[in-house]
Design a protein around this ligand. Structure first.
Ligand code: NAP
Length: 245
């Protein structure tokens, strides 16, 4: 159990982020669940509270560094500590490279990579003072292997690996670990848009012959967020049913 600890989970309104928030709360962690609207995150908080856990819902657009800074100040003012950061917020704006618009590149990099950096920077200040922390960045299997039609998304997710390893080196002596989790294809809103034909081809490329569940990912995050994972830093934990080894 991680009773008494405080976690910030970005993009916690649905999908993987929601599952992570629920999983950490079940471990006794107070979860600050954020999404682009407070109402979006409130659903997750209601589910946590219904299960007997503790959480609060706050609005956070991770691309806005002023908003990010203010949110971390608020967490410290209200909770007095921050032990765990899960950088989960992410978007896709898929399209073939030749036709990709500047805005689609910028929005994906701003959200998935710079957004994670904005939160990492603030968390590192708090955790350095406390000499303890667990930071988990949610990347993707396609950041490891590439994917046609996702040059922006794959660049952002591959960027998270370099950021994770550099931050791990900077923060290791303060007992702060920084790791990435790279999910394969997981059943969420993000993959619900896959056409049936693409889905069949995808299943053939996964040795376990199924998409992942949000709990498959949340369980990996729970471990990296725990005190038991203290000697693991700068790593990529792939949760992909063997799709990429
Ligand atoms: P999802 O269901 O589409 O949920 C995305 C979450 O990110 C939502 O909570 C959304 O909040 C939030 N978000 C989007 N833009 C944001 C911003 N600017 N600031 C703050 N929050 C923002 O996605 P998912 O499938 O659960 O994916 C979660 C993470 O896992 C992402 O980083 C994704 O890239 C990664 N991932 C997913 C898969 C997969 O197969 N699903 C595979 C590998 C990696 P709102 O509700 O307010 O929009």
């Amino acid at each position: 159990m991680m009773t008494g600890q405080v976690a910030l989970v970005t993009g916690a309104s649905r999908g993987i982020g929601q599952a992570i928030a629920l999983k950490l709360a079940a471990e006794g962690v107070f979860v600050v669940a954020t999404a682009t609207s407070e109402a979006g995150a409130a659903g997750t908080v209601a589910a946590i509270e219904a299960a007997g856990g503790n959480a609060c819902a706050l609005k956070l657009d991770v691309t806005n560094s002023v908003e990010v800074e203010a949110l971390f100040k608020k967490i410290m003012a209200e909770q007095g500590r921050l032990d765990i950061l899960v950088n989960n917020a992410g978007i896709t704006k898929d399209g073939l490279m030749m036709r990709m618009k500047d805005a689609d590149w910028d929005m994906v990099l701003d959200t998935n990579l710079k957004g994670a950096f904005n939160c990492l920077r603030e968390a590192s200040k708090i955790m350095t003072k406390a000499r303890y922390g667990r930071i988990i960045n949610i990347s993707s299997v396609v950041g490891e292997m590439g994917n046609a039609g996702q040059v922006n998304y794959c660049a952002s997710k591959a960027g998270l690996f370099g950021m994770t390893k550099s931050a791990a080196r900077e923060l290791a002596k303060r007992t702060i670990t920084v790791n990435a989790v790279a999910p394969g294809f997981i059943e969420t809103d993000m993959t619900a848009v896959l056409p049936e034909k693409g889905r069949e081809a995808l299943l053939q490329s996964i040795p376990m012959e199924r998409l992942g569940t949000v709990d498959d990912v949340a369980n990996a995050v729970k471990f990296l967020a725990s005190t038991e994972s203290g000697y693991i830093t700068g790593q990529v934990l792939s949760v992909n049913g063997g799709m990429y080894m």
